[in-house]
Structures are given as C-alpha cells and as structure tokens.
Design a protein around this ligand. Structure first.
Ligand code: TPP
Length: 348
C-alpha cells in the first residue's frame, strides 16, 4: 500500500502575530492544531528516511542523487501552506518538495533508479522530475532554470489558463540567487505583478563551494529589496516558523497578486551529490547545524509541550520506515523502461 500524504485543500488554522523579520526567533507562541503539528513532523521524518535510504544505496555509478537532508522544514513548511491549484517548480534537491506535496515515495524512488514506474517513466532520474498530477511543473538541474520558467507559469495563472487564484512557488538555492537570472526573474514578476512565491533555501553551500566565498553578504533577502518585492528571512530549520511565514506570504500573494520573497536559512547536512565524503566540510560547523536539526527541534518542542508521547513517536518512526521499505521494494521491482521508448516523451 503506497504511503502518500494527504494534499491539503485548506490552510491549517493559525493565529498569533508574525514578526516582520523573525530570522531566528522561535515560534512557540503559534497555536497550530496538534494533529497538524504532528503531521508536519511525520512529513519531515518521511522525507529524511526516504533520502537517507537512497543515499545509502548510492555508489559512484548508481543511482546518484542530491539530498536535502537538514532542509526538510523548508519542504514541509512551505508546501503544506499551498493548495492543489498552486504550482511548484524546484531544483536538483526536489525529493522533499515532491513528498511534501503528496508524491508516492515508491514512484519517486523508481524515478531516481530509472525504472518505468517512476513519475517520468524513469527518464528523468532525480534531477528533472515533473508530476502534472501534483502540480509539480519542473525539477531543474540547470541551476536557475526553475527561476527562468516561474514567471511564465505564473503569467499563465494570471491570464486564467490555470485554476483561478493559483500561485507559483519556486524553490532554489543561494547559488542560484548568485546568477543573473534570479534578478531577471524577480524583476519581471514585480513589474508584471505575477503571483510568484520565491523560496530561497539558503543552505550555506553551492555544490562544493561555501556560500561566503561567492556572496559578500549573508542574506539573499538583502539583495532583493531593491526590486521592490515583499521579503522575509526566517529560520529555515524551524518548520513552524517556516509554515507561518509561508501562510502569510501565500495570503499576501493571493490578495494583492504580487510576488513575495521568502529566504529560509538552513544547512545541507549531507554532501552535494551522493556518494560524497564531505572532506571539504568544516566539522564544527556541521556539528553546530546538526544541533539545530529541524526534526530534532520539532520533536523536542512537541514532546516538551505534551503534544506527542514517546509511544506515538516510536509509532511514527516505525510507520515511516515501513513506508520507505515498501517504496524501495516497489522501485526495485519496477521494470526498466522498454528501449523502444527511448525517444518517446522527450523533445529537443
Ligand atoms: C547553470 C549551471 N551551472 C552550474 C551547475 C553545476 N551545479 C549543480 S548544483 C550547483 C550548486 C547550486 O547551489 P545552490 O543553488 O545554492 O543549491 P544547493 O546545491 O545548495 O541546494 C552547481 C554549481 C549547473 N547544474 N547548472
């Protein structure tokens, strides 16, 4: 039985004021529904287990994947603030966004392994997944490619070629934000008033290069203010802060039709591309970010608040592991694509 997370049609109830810039403020004051808080935790646990399983299989030749371990709060917090009419474009670390959107982990794994039951019949691998039924328009491994297409998708929404009132959410990294296309994309969205939610996962890395080797400032948000776009920077490892900010951003976009920029500060805990020994990583820095791990953070918060008991936590872990076991079995049993399909579904 494939494990798919329900795709939310309505926003979770949320109250309490949101600070204008909550860069690292905790969100204990938010009163999200307990069931919803636990479901955010389960989503993050499932993404982590899925990616770690895939990473454990990686060899220099197969299957190869870019994980977003440590960045699960961005995927869960933002995607769970969206509705089915919204569209998503993402980058090479897309598994979390897909799973948070309700993708079947078995089909995601099958895709990474090049099997015919994958979302793109095994033709995309992990780097180009799209899933029309989930509103995931594109995974781009061309850094910034997703930024170049997002205004076009939003323009189609604005012109009524999609469900009414939908917005486009584009996920990208700080490395993509260093490209000119980022500024072109934001400028066009602001000028044409397109409903785009820009989500920059500032994970401190750009492949094997540290962010501070290519950026003179810490925050991408400081660059975009000149474009006249509403922006916020939040602790990207605090899923409740991320979710609150995303809910606020989405509401603003739906009401005024203008783009919004959200920067999530986080850290890529694993290597750039599996397998990767992370020999280039400062161990103390990695340890300090692991001490601020998004799953551990929410687990502790929910445990301390009495929202979740140890037994239920164990049950969640068990369920997630069983799902990943089943996903892997499904993917491994899925046939390779027929060679006669080599030229179908592709264009150049
Ligand atoms: C146009 C282009 N240039 C370079 C690359 C090689 N490359 C792949 S991922 C990456 C780093 C991207 O950094 P960032 O956008 O911060 O995303 P992250 O990997 O940190 O999630 C680079 C340079 C590419 N795929 N496309």
């Amino acid at each position: 039985m494939p494990h798919t997370l329900a795709l939310p049609k309505v926003l979770a109830p949320i109250n309490g004021p949101i600070e204008a810039d909550s860069r690292s403020e905790p969100t204990m004051s938010l009163s999200l529904d307990p069931t919803f808080r636990i479901s955010l935790l389960e989503t993050m646990m499932l993404i982590r287990a899925h990616e770690e399983r895939l990473a454990s299989l990686a060899t220099p030749t197969s299957p190869g994947t870019c994980t977003a371990v440590g960045q699960e709060a961005a995927a869960a917090g933002v995607v769970r603030a969206l509705q089915t009419r919204d569209r998503i474009l993402t980058n090479h670390r897309s598994a979390g966004h897909l799973i948070a959107r309700g993708a079947d982990p078995g089909r995601v794994m099958a895709e990474v392994m090049g099997r015919s039951d994958g979302y793109c019949k095994g033709k995309s691998g992990s780097l180009h997944v799209s899933a029309r039924e989930l509103g995931v328009v594109l995974t781009s491994t061309i850094v910034g490619g997703e930024l170049s297409l997002a205004p076009g998708v939003a323009l189609a929404q604005k012109m009524g070629q999609q469900e009414s009132g939908g917005i486009t959410t584009v996920f990208f990294g700080d490395g993509a934000a260093c490209e000119g296309i980022f500024h072109e994309s934001v400028n066009l969205s602001v000028t044409w008033q397109l409903p785009v939610l820009y989500v920059c996962e500032n994970n401190q890395w750009q492949a094997y290069v540290r962010r501070d080797e290519t950026m003179p400032i810490e925050h991408v948000a400081d660059w975009v203010r000149g474009h006249g776009i509403a922006s916020r920077t939040v602790d990207g490892n605090d899923v409740e802060a991320v979710h609150a900010a995303a809910v606020e951003a989405v509401a603003a976009i739906r009401s005024n039709g203008k783009p919004y920029f959200l920067e999530l500060t986080t850290y890529r805990q694993r290597g750039h591309f599996e397998p990767d020994d992370q020999a280039y990583v400062d161990k103390a820095e990695l340890a300090s970010w692991k001490a601020h791990d998004p799953i551990a953070l929410l687990t502790e918060r929910l445990t301390q608040a009495g929202v979740i008991a140890q037994g239920e936590l164990a049950h969640l872990r068990q369920r997630v592991n069983a799902t990943v076991d089943a996903a892997l079995a499904f993917a491994q049993n899925s046939p390779w694509p027929d060679p006669r399909e080599l030229t179908t579904d592709v264009y150049a």
